[in-house]
Ligand binder design. Structure first.
Ligand SMILES: *[C@@H]1O[C@H](CO)[C@@H](O)[C@H](O)[C@H]1NC(C)=O
Ligand SMILES: *[C@@H]1O[C@H](CO)[C@@H](O)[C@H](O)[C@H]1NC(C)=O
Ligand SMILES: *[C@@H]1O[C@H](CO)[C@@H](O)[C@H](O)[C@H]1NC(C)=O
Ligand SMILES: *[C@@H]1O[C@H](CO)[C@@H](O)[C@H](O)[C@H]1NC(C)=O
Ligand SMILES: *[C@@H]1O[C@H](CO)[C@@H](O)[C@H](O)[C@H]1NC(C)=O
Length: 555
């Protein structure tokens, strides 16, 4: 063992070494060692090769044993189980190690006795080593001030100790979202003590924002904790939600919507979108709360929040707009035989309650059944039972915002039978009429002389002055089927003749010159008729049934 190395070792602990020679033996120990409470401390000691070592605590009168490898039971209670000599005796290394240093160990002085059993015994009670104990230390933690979502988070935890052979273990307390983190450890000597540091690295995620991190140092008899650090993660709005001051709004009223964004830093701008009847309006504001006035039903609102990092948007919020009931026009009453069925359809929000009144009595006869079905904001109330055809039925729908009443006209199936019968008779009438016309036409064209210009003046003058009366008297022109056909014509003039026009002419004018006349008249009258029908004046079906056989017989 070289003196130079010994000097260097000792200088670590006391800055200078004491070399003392006692009767040929040389021992070198430091004057002072510094120990951290809870850690271990090593008292370096070097002398010649030897067989046995005893360490004592310095006392004026007694000899309290700190370490004795041969008689451990003699060791003082204060040091029992805590002391060992770690050096190799054959190398003259008498280094003492005291584990789990306590505050009670502070300022005690120890000295060594080499080979107590031998004649060449050496007691170095003049060369004491003072143990200076530093109070228990807490680890220090450091983390980046701000970390961007997705960047690498790095945290350092350091603890001072005096036991390089077994540093305290460090324990991390971290966010559950910090996954797959790695830890690197390194030690550094600092003025006779050691600084043990662990660096933890992991992926920063926005979920960790505002979570706390801490580390603790586990010494053999106690644990110390670092202060808590709160993570500050920067991230764009990840969730944007809309909140309403009140749940529902009355149509025409106003509502304040708050846009809450989960982001860091807070949003600097909000873009509001309002969708009303398919129309989207956009408003930009720096405020997270926005009032909307004059709300109509089917209004949706969406918010986009912008912060320094990015933007995020909410879902469309369907506003709960309330309104008084409106009875829809498709409500009806229908009488089939003696069974009356009434349906009342109501649009309302909140849901309406339907009341029925039959002939002024708002209690339904017990024979009536009533039920209602509800779709989104449309309620259908149905009643059915025995009733008279003249019953007056009305339905009233009420909700918290108002009510609405509607009289329902009773249409009976008998009427519809009548109309079916009417239609049939009309068609029959036409058939007969058509038959007659054809008959007359054939008869006339066979019997009459060839066409002439004689009759033209009289014939033409009448319809020009009184086209309306012509219309009314003409059954064919009032035929709705015919009207549709004419309506679809792009040109009001039709070049070819029409048997119906022909029959009409012969019907009105008891005239011999039909064959000659019908071509001209067909064109003129058709033009009038088309114009007439375009005005939408369609005649009722009832007037069409008119087959005057007398007229035909005159021909
Ligand atoms: C004595 O032994 C201890 C423990 O093995 C060792 O750390 C130390 O360096 C040794 N001293 C010398 C002077 O070699
Ligand atoms: C952690 O320690 C390392 C090494 O000393 C250093 O480079 C890094 O900046 C430290 N990080 C923090 C967040 O203190
Ligand atoms: C953690 O590591 C595992 C395996 O290497 C990988 O599948 C997983 O995606 C990682 N998780 C994160 C959050 O990086
Ligand atoms: C409210 O909205 C309705 C429909 O958009 C509109 O007719 C009415 O004038 C508005 N009223 C006010 C006070 O803006
Ligand atoms: C109304 O109808 C109910 C049930 O048919 C009947 O009991 C009651 O007498 C009627 N009330 C009036 C005032 O007619």
């Amino acid at each position: 063992m070289g003196t130079a190395r010994l000097l260097k070792l000792l200088s670590l602990f006391m800055g200078f070494s004491v070399l003392q020679q006692v009767r040929g033996w040389v021992i070198s120990v430091p004057k002072t060692v510094t120990a951290v409470e809870g850690s271990c401390v090593v008292v370096p000691c070097q002398t010649q090769p030897h067989s046995r070592v005893i360490w004592y605590k310095y006392h004026n009168t007694v000899y309290p044993v700190v370490y004795d490898g041969h008689s451990p039971h003699k060791v003082e209670d204060q040091f029992e189980g805590r002391t060992s000599v770690v050096g190799k005796a054959t190398e003259g290394n008498c280094t003492l190690k005291i584990n789990d240093v306590r505050s009670a160990d502070n300022n005690i002085k120890v000295y060594v006795w080499i080979n107590p059993d031998s004649k060449s015994t050496q007691k170095f009670h003049h060369q004491t080593v003072t143990i200076s104990v530093i109070e228990r230390k807490a680890p220090t933690i450091s983390i980046q001030e701000q970390i961007m979502d997705g960047d690498i988070l790095q945290a350092n935890c350091s603890i001072i100790h005096s036991c390089p052979s077994s540093p305290p273990s460090l324990l991390w307390s971290k966010s559950q979202f910090l996954k797959n983190s790695t830890v690197k450890a390194f030690s550094q000597e600092m003025q006779g003590q050691w600084l043990y540091t662990e660096t933890l690295q992991g992926l920063a995620m926005y979920e960790m924002h505002r979570s706390n991190m801490m580390c603790s140092a586990q010494f053999s008899s106690f644990t110390t904790k670092s202060q808590q650090k709160t993570l500050d993660i920067l991230y764009k709005p990840v969730t944007v939600t809309l909140m309403l001051a009140k749940k529902a709004v009355t149509e025409g009223g106003s509502i304040t919507v708050e846009c809450a964004a989960n982001c860091n830093p807070p949003p600097h701008t909000y873009t509001w979108l309002k969708r009303e009847m398919g129309q989207i309006t956009k408003i930009t504001s720096t405020l997270s709360r926005k009032p909307f006035i004059n709300i109509t039903r089917d209004t949706f609102i969406l918010c986009i929040a912008h912060n320094d990092i990015g933007e995020g948007q909410s879902d469309w919020l369907d506003l709960d707009v309330q309104y008084a009931p409106v009875i829809l026009p498709k409500s009806y009453c229908h009488l089939t035989g003696e069974v009356l069925k009434c349906v009342c359809q109501v649009e309302a929000h909140p849901d309406a309650v339907i009341h029925w009144t039959i002939d002024g009595n708002d209690t339904l006869p017990s024979s009536f059944s009533a039920f209602s079905t509800n779709q989104t904001h449309v309620l259908s109330g149905v009643i059915s039972g025995q009733a008279q055809s003249h019953s007056k039925v009305s339905c009233t729908a009420t909700n918290t915002l108002g009510n609405s009443t509607k009289k329902l006209s009773v249409n009976s199936s008998e009427t519809s039978f009548l109309s079916t019968w009417l239609t049939v008779s009309i068609i029959l009438g036409f058939a007969v009429l058509f038959g007659c016309t054809v008959l007359i036409f054939r008869k006339c064209s066979r019997d009459r002389p060839p066409p002439g210009s004689v009759c033209n003046n009289t014939i033409l003058s009448r319809p020009q002055g009184s086209s309306d009366s012509v219309q009314l008297q003409s059954p064919i022109y009032n035929n709705p089927q015919r009207s549709e056909e004419d309506d679809s014509q792009s040109s009001p003039y039709r070049p070819e003749s029409n048997p119906e026009v022909e029959s009409r002419v012969s019907d009105v004018y008891d005239n011999d010159c039909v064959t000659d006349f019908h071509l001209i008249r067909a064109q003129q009258l058709h033009s009038k008729e088309t114009a007439h029908l375009r005005e939408g004046q369609k005649q009722s079906l009832d007037k069409t049934v008119d087959c005057n056989t007398d007229v035909y017989l005159n021909c």
